[in-house]
Design a protein around this ligand. Structure first.
Ligand SMILES: Cc1cc2nc3c(=O)[nH]c(=O)nc-3n(C[C@H](O)[C@H](O)[C@H](O)COP(=O)(O)OP(=O)(O)OC[C@H]3O[C@@H](n4cnc5c(N)ncnc54)[C@H](O)[C@@H]3O)c2cc1C
Length: 565
């Protein structure tokens, strides 16, 4: 861990606000009356929360070096880092900035995480994803413990309680500066605004760090200054910026340790057990083995992928079995690793290039580009966060309300083996291969003519890697209502998709045990290949619709809507 680091551009030039409330704070501000004029200041620890276990530490004094502070100002109050979906130490800008702040002008860095079940429920966060967050939180705590940074875990019973919870933590720990990583979704932005307003009223400084993308979408613009709504030109511009402006790929370091006495001062928090799991109804051992928690695990996975699997990525990425992709998405979406770290590592494996060199590595980086693209859409067209179609005219599509069809899709009982295999994979392990996400989503919207919002929600409630930007982008792409969407008349034929991407039927056999005994040929379309008696013995449902007729119905409906515009 580096002990002398430069402060970044994203800096704190303001004096910390004057301490509020407590007389102990006033003592501190008195002790700092000549703060700019000396290189050593005294820290009086009795400003730490009255709720601390160690009241007897009240008069502990320690000298710290203040010479590094560029403005020469100091504060003896504490700094708070509010973790949300950025559960990592490395390359976490907000944490880095908080650490810098803490180093130059504060006493201790304190970490906060808020368990907010009502909010999670409202956002359809999947229980298996919440469980993954909790497991990663435990891993994060272990890392923070090692560097004497206490992790305070609080609960907000209601969504609206979050403001009060942050405020009370700020008061309890005598915080002068709060840092967090800016979120992109409308609801979260509103929440953060409310928290910021409340904190500013009590003169607490808030720093929201941009860290949810590599290049700020507001800087990836067309020549006329508009946001991109099509992937390829977006990606070309994005690549140019990343290649020519090195700061986009600059990684930040993990925070420095708190002074060692923090271990005693905050002993209660180091000893505390925090939620380490969340009920999800799936097989716990399977889930824990498939997605082990922790920043180290994320890096092991990334390194292993870049050493081996990436070599054939352009081909294998479309084949669901054996798994040819990285399965980094759960880690990326929980913020256990950043997209920037993934691009930096992949780029390093490609002689520091992203647009030339190894085709497979380039292709993988391009997928991360899709992640960036959909974040750009969320920021530039926030209506997609609020259930609106990207192409507004498609909101006039008349969807079918066939609940039975929807239920069969959810349960993986449509009678289309490839679709059912995808849905059962999702229902069993909270993850579905990208090819299958496209096939199942297209099937719901175009074969069953069911509103894509219902599928989007179902995915979100089940996916361990659920992410509003990518999920919404993927669904709208599949339903032809979004950006860059596939044309409405392009309707995946499930049989052809099955034969092409699962030629031997291994994926179907893995997830649809009723069909395990069928030959490679029969398995894609048992209803039409087997005779009625043989088919009945399988205990597998008949196809829920006739694909050709369903396709025509969807295309005609789309044409009708286009004619209205
Ligand atoms: C209907 C639908 C819903 C989707 N929902 C989500 C979702 O909720 N969360 C999510 O992260 N991805 C979603 N995707 C995108 C994609 O399916 C997953 O990112 C991918 O399957 C994750 O597996 P991986 O990490 O092995 O991907 P890899 O192939 O190894 O790709 C590396 C990373 O690139 C990004 N990526 C890859 N493909 C896409 C894509 N099409 N769009 C955006 N980012 C991409 C992901 O972050 C992924 O982890 C969805 C796609 C569709 C069609």
């Amino acid at each position: 861990m580096a002990s002398h680091r430069k402060r970044s551009d994203h800096d704190l030039h303001n004096d910390p606000p004057e301490p509020i409330g407590k007389s102990s704070n006033n003592n501190n501000s008195t002790s700092m009356s000549s703060r700019g004029s000396r290189s050593k200041i005294q820290r009086t620890n009795n400003v730490i929360s009255p709720l601390m276990d160690h009241a007897d530490t009240a008069n502990v004094k320690e000298e710290i070096d203040d010479s590094a502070h560029p403005t020469g100002t100091t504060s003896t109050r504490n700094t708070l880092m509010w973790f949300r979906n950025d559960l990592r130490l490395q390359d976490n800008k907000a944490l880095y900035e908080a650490s810098m702040r803490s180093k130059v002008g504060a006493k201790y860095l304190i970490a906060l995480y808020i368990v907010s079940e009502e909010e999670w429920k409202e956002h359809d966060e999947a229980p298996v994803k919440i469980d993954f967050w909790m497991r990663n939180l435990v891993s994060l705590k272990a890392k923070l413990d090692k560097i004497a940074i206490p992790l305070v875990v609080k609960t907000a019973k209601r969504k609206t309680d979050v403001v009060g919870v942050v405020e009370s933590v700020v008061r309890e720990f005598d915080i002068s500066h709060v840092f967090w990583s800016q979120e992109l979704m409308v609801d979260e932005k509103r929440r953060d605004k409310a928290v910021k307003n409340a904190l500013q009223k009590i003169k607490v400084h808030v720093e929201e760090c941009e860290d949810q993308y590599i290049v700020n979408p507001l800087n990836v613009r067309t020549k006329t200054g508009n946001p991109y709504a099509v992937f390829t030109p977006f990606y070309n511009t994005w690549c140019k910026l990343v290649e020519t402006e090195p700061h986009h790929l600059r990684l930040t370091e993990a925070p420095d340790a708190n002074p060692h006495e923090a271990k005693d001062l905050f002993a209660r928090y180091f000893k505390a057990t925090i939620p380490s799991s969340h009920p999800h109804g799936l097989d716990v051992e399977t889930i824990n083995n498939l997605y082990p928690a922790g920043e180290d695990e994320a890096h092991l996975r990334l390194n292993a992928f870049l050493k081996t699997k990436v070599k054939n990525y352009r081909v294998s990425r479309n084949i669901p079995i054996p798994e040819g992709t990285s399965v980094m998405s759960p880690y990326l979406n929980a913020g256990v690793i950043s997209t920037r770290q993934c691009v930096v590592m992949a780029r390093a494996a490609n002689k520091n290039k992203i647009t030339t060199g190894d085709e497979d590595i380039k292709s993988w980086i391009k997928e991360l580009g899709w992640r960036e693209f959909y974040r750009n859409i969320l920021v530039s067209f926030p209506r997609v966060c609020m259930n609106r179609a990207f192409q507004l005219k498609t909101e006039k599509l008349q969807w079918s309300n066939n609940d039975e069809h929807f239920q069969r899709w959810c349960e993986g009982k449509t009678g289309f083996p490839i679709v059912d295999a995808g849905m059962r994979q999702l229902n069993s392990i909270g993850y579905m291969h990208n090819r299958l996400r496209m096939v199942t989503a297209c099937f719901l919207a175009k074969d069953l003519l069911i509103d894509w919002h219902k599928g989007e929600r179902y995915f979100m409630q089940r996916l361990i890697d659920g992410d509003l930007a990518s999920n919404n982008g993927g669904w709208q792409w599949s339903a032809s209502t979004g950006t860059d969407a596939q044309p409405y008349f392009r309707v995946f034929n499930p049989l052809l998709q099955s034969q092409r991407f699962d030629p031997k039927g291994d994926y179907i056999r893995r997830w649809v045990p009723e069909l395990q005994g069928l030959t490679d040929k029969q398995i894609h379309d048992p209803y039409h290949i087997l005779d009625a008696k043989e088919f009945a013995k399988l205990g597998y449902p008949k196809p829920v619709v006739d694909h050709a007729k369903a396709r025509d119905k969807f295309v005609n409906e789309f044409k009708r809507v286009l004619a209205l515009a």
